[in-house]
Design a protein around this ligand. Sequence first.
Ligand code: BES
Ligand code: MN
Ligand code: ZN
Length: 498
Amino acid sequence: MTAPKLALTDSDLHSSKVDALVIGTVQGAGGLELAAGAETVDAAFDGSLTDVLATLGATGKAEEVVKLPSLGRVTAPLVIAVGLGKPDADGTVGEERVRRASGAAARALGGKKRAATALSALHLGAAVEGTLLGAYSFTAYKSEPGDGPVARVDLVTPAEGTKRAHTAALKAATAIAEAVTTARDLVNTPPNDLYPGSFADRAAELGRSVGLEVEVLDEKALRKGGFGGILGVGAGSTRQPRLVRLSYRGSKTGKKVALVGKGITFDTGGISIKPAGGMDEMTSDMSGAAAVVAAVVLAAKLKYPLEVTATVPMAENMPSGAAYRPGDVLTMYGGKTVEVLNTDAEGRLILADAIVRACEDGPDYLIETATLTGAQVVALGKRTAGVMGSDEFRDRVAATGTAVGESAWAMPLPEELRGDLDSRLADLANVTGHRWGGMLAAGIFLREFVAEGVQWAHVDIAGPAYNSGGPHGYTGKGGTGTPVRTIAAVLADIAANG
Ligand code: BES
Ligand code: MN
Ligand code: ZN
């Protein structure tokens, strides 16, 4: 897929020689209203645009798309009015509303050559991200890829701010959207083509393309290093596991951040096999890995004054004569032993090795993310991630995620669950004997492997990583690229505030 080309424009929308104009509508106190940026278009309709759109059924509701033939009133033949919903209490329209409306508009523009949007006048960065992400589709495996996205979108420049600031905002938002797209591409690549070896190759290539330090441990190196969790989970597959490390050193004096992401390229459950229904979605069980790979590459592109290292365990969880089994005891990297009671609780096993390795670098912060538990989806639904970890950093990550439109919620690590992970044989078991608080029990398990003094956040994205339903806002079907934008925003926040 080729992404739309975006450019800032200062010319008036009404005379713009494009195939379609995008304007925003809101649900005001007295009904439908036009959002800022549509003034000259409204003037070309003699101030009757609101009435005309209302006649067509427009209400301003979030993501509503109403198409109006312009009949020569403006140069463009088509006006597309996209709903932004109700304005905030202060009368403004929040960033996420602009991002979603821009995504809905981009989907409606598919196949067109050129459009111009007024939504960027409300918030430039959000409009850029929403447009690029809404235009995304994964067609690598289609014989007939179809129309493709809109080829070019002109963005109305916001009234406030300098040209320099606008150009910088366009560039940064484009880089962020590209990182999300990179993660989506990895998640959407099917598991027969994306397996530990090929995933490691792609991650290494992405890393090298921006000058990162790259280290790839293959099965032999993992054995030598004693990575018992990754090796145990990977044993059942003919595709051997990997541990990839990508390091960006943007500062010698800035904070050190470790990223860890779950890279199960397919999760059958192993010997504790999953039911057939919906198992295909386990192609997305490497979404955490995809996000941290994309995020460290982005950190380098945006030159954050930080040191960021992504430590990414990759394995395929398969049942076979060579597979690990319930009852096995694994010796993890660093020496802790774990009794496996369920081979479907495999994510925490590969993550434990990676967390211990990541903590050897002495990071200030550790952000780890994984499609870890079905219990996350039960507790918070398909669109809100669960965040656990050190109290302060957990709250900071959850708040930052929600602020950038990746809804996230802080969850506790109830102390009593630790006892339920006690093992008859080993230092701990990989599951409790019950299903209560399954998301939290996984967090409690991971906590055992985090070094003292490291500010840690664990982001369970089992629901948000993959959209099994229809498209909405800037999110299409399949991989969503969550939580790339959360990680990017947390890194930016650490760079600015420590
Ligand atoms: N990859 C799954 C979790 C998952 C479920 C992700 C649904 C996305 C959607 C994970 O490896 C898993 O199987 N977890 C088990 C843990 C249980 C055995 C303690 C689960 O949630 O059922
Ligand atoms: Mn599993
Ligand atoms: Zn899994």
